[in-house]
Ligand binder design. Sequence first.
Ligand SMILES: Nc1ncnc2c1ncn2[C@@H]1O[C@H](COP(=O)(O)OP(=O)(O)OP(=O)(O)O)[C@@H](O)[C@H]1O
Ligand SMILES: [Mg+2]
Length: 250
Amino acid sequence: MVDHASSRADDAPVLRLEGVRRSFGIGTDVEIEILHGIDLVIQRGEFCALIGPSGSGKSTLLNIIGLLDRATAGKVFITGEDTDLLGDAELTRLRSRSIGFVFQNALLIPAFTALENVMMPQLVDKGWPDAAMRENASRLLGRVGLEQRKDNLANAMSGGQQQRVAIARALAMNPALVLADEPTGNLDTKSAEAVLKLMREVNLANGTTFLIVTHNMELAEQTDRIIEVVDGMVVSGTTRPTNASRNKLT
Ligand SMILES: Nc1ncnc2c1ncn2[C@@H]1O[C@H](COP(=O)(O)OP(=O)(O)OP(=O)(O)O)[C@@H](O)[C@H]1O
Ligand SMILES: [Mg+2]
């Protein structure tokens, strides 16, 4: 990438969606449209919730934002990059370097230690392990309060601990944007609160942008901005709230 492109990317919003649509073929000649033209801008450092009824299209939208799926129509810009212009290898590179994922299930590799799981994104990116990678993973496990557990096997940890490992793993490449699809959906209230608090701390400390899908309104109200999807349309939260309304939420 040339210099002027990278400085432009620094000023650009982390995410810009323009008229994003997604249809799925069902059967041979029937198509149903799930997302009906989504416009959305998320700036660096925002801490957002994505809410909406079951089946409204939240995960479909998150998969498109996360470059795991392509929109049928419309534009997706990640840190200023027009993703339409990127081939598969470049998309993979942008995804692994700019976006971290946290899912409802931690999806750790069960027979690997917490540390090895957190090292995984960097290992996949670089191809071989090194001391810096190990140090980074260790620091991140400290960040999520699991320094003492770094040599524990993933499957010997509680659900809340596994989810904290998953957050550390999502941060391994120091991504601009973390996408979390119901990260607290399988956790008890106390662990859910702890996981949200942790994401907020990372947001404040590193300026990492978060977009968190949740069905839990109490958690959503602790974010700065609630984006609501109903029937494949963003019905509120399209724009950033003013400081006044944000203070009311937090
Ligand atoms: N690959 C697919 N093929 C066909 N339809 C799909 C596909 N993926 C999702 N859908 C449909 O798109 C709609 C939205 O699904 P999505 O998973 O995005 O909802 P959601 O808002 O995440 O719901 P939940 O809160 O239950 O997770 C649903 O009607 C679903 O059946
Ligand atoms: Mg979903």
